[in-house]
Design a protein around this ligand. Structure first.
Ligand code: UT7
Length: 326
């Protein structure tokens, strides 16, 4: 059976930076509160004329270049996003057009901050089944377009950007060793965007009630996130007969420094095993893991043969892990 190997990574973020000091002018907050409660110092914000597909395409181009794969070789393009350019067509179709990836099938998936790992799981299974040889998987968001800049509980958290990987079939026992994906819809209200779907279609009331913006019960989400990501990490290790000491690099969804520290402590990870970049990007939902993975890869922090554990949690609720032999 073929394995899915990551042969290229790429990331793209907006140029515009929004610092904690900038946020102090928008809402009743302080750099000190944001830094100590979240670890975030700044985030990137899309400018007019920049969309989710803008960053998705730029990240994809970098990943293709690294892999030495041309767009017309791609069989499949999957974009994980909750902030697509349009409800339809999919952002994946827009990326396909931008890249001129003519033979690829393209679709989006929605699993919030776990979207990238859900997409990796889907594509891994396509590759294992033999129906796909070369695929592009992207996590891309412009969360700042659905951020309520009057809500200090959430607006300090989010940022924009995209990360991408090229997955290629290989007969070596390398690449994606396992994926585990989970959901619990009973908690859907803890983190959601009330409008822009069929429940609250566009009308003045929706704007007046600020329903187009993300609603989050942060405290509840925090506790569930720590528990679920710890479980998903242990599940991945157990399925492969490995232990925490075998992990060369642990990259979790970048939502809150305290969440990552808590998981690291529960799992018994050493600080040098954990990659964190949320101080510069905030929470970019489905984009956070592939942006971090690309940064770590380009910085030489993952070498051939290394074991990389990816771990995520997000709205839905959804959570997932992927264990990758680099
Ligand atoms: O991406 C997927 C999932 N998302 C997450 O994983 C996010 C998970 N949640 C979190 O990261 C944290 O819960 C937050 C960062 C959102 C909030 O941190 P917290 O330590 O849970 O704070 P809290 O909500 O319990 O609020 C503590 C206090 C409150 O004041 P009172 O009621 O104690 O007087 C808030 O009103 O902090 C206040 N507060 C703020 N103060 C200054 C909330 N936001 C701010 C702010 N600046 N931006």
């Amino acid at each position: 059976m073929a394995h899915a190997r990551i042969t290229g990574t790429g990331a793209a973020v907006p140029e515009k930076v929004l610092t904690n000091a900038d946020l102090e002018k928008l809402v009743d907050t302080t750099d000190e509160w944001i830094t100590t409660r979240t670890g975030i110092k700044e985030r990137r914000v899309a400018s007019a004329g920049e969309f989710t597909s803008t960053f998705a395409t730029a990240a994809a181009e970098k990943a293709l270049t690294m892999a030495g794969v041309s767009a017309d070789e791609l069989d499949l393009i999957v974009v994980a996003t909750v902030t697509p350019d349009f409800p339809f067509p999919s952002t994946a179709c827009l990326v396909q057009k931008n890249l001129n990836a003519k033979k690829a099938a393209a679709f989006d998936i929605s699993a919030a901050c776990s979207g990238f790992l859900f997409a990796i799981s889907i594509v891994d299974n396509f590759i294992k089944s033999g129906s796909v040889t070369k695929a592009l998987v992207i996590g891309a968001e412009t969360l700042t377009r659905v951020t309520d800049w009057q809500d200090r509980n959430s607006c300090v958290l989010f940022g924009d950007g995209a990360g991408a990987v090229i997955l290629e079939a290989t007969n070596e026992k390398a690449g994606v060793l396992s994926t585990h994906i989970h959901s619990d819809g009973t908690y859907w209200e803890l983190l959601h965007q009330p409008a822009c779907g069929s429940r609250n279609p566009a009308e003045q009331r929706v704007l007046d009630e600020r329903l187009t913006f993300i609603k989050m019960q942060g405290n509840e989400v925090f506790k569930l996130a720590v528990r679920a990501m710890e479980e998903a990490a242990n599940e991945a290790l157990a399925a492969n007969g490995l232990s925490v000491a075998d992990i060369d690099l642990f990259i979790s969804h970048q939502a809150n420094r305290r969440i990552i520290d808590a998981i690291g402590k529960r799992l018994g990870l050493a600080p040098e095993q954990v990659y964190i970049n949320l101080e510069r990007y905030g929470n970019t939902s489905a984009a956070s893991i592939p942006i971090a993975l690309d940064e770590a890869n380009r910085a030489g922090k993952v070498k051939e043969g290394d074991l990389v554990l990816l771990d995520s949690f997000g709205g839905g609720l959804t959570w997932a892990s992927a264990l990758v032999r680099w």
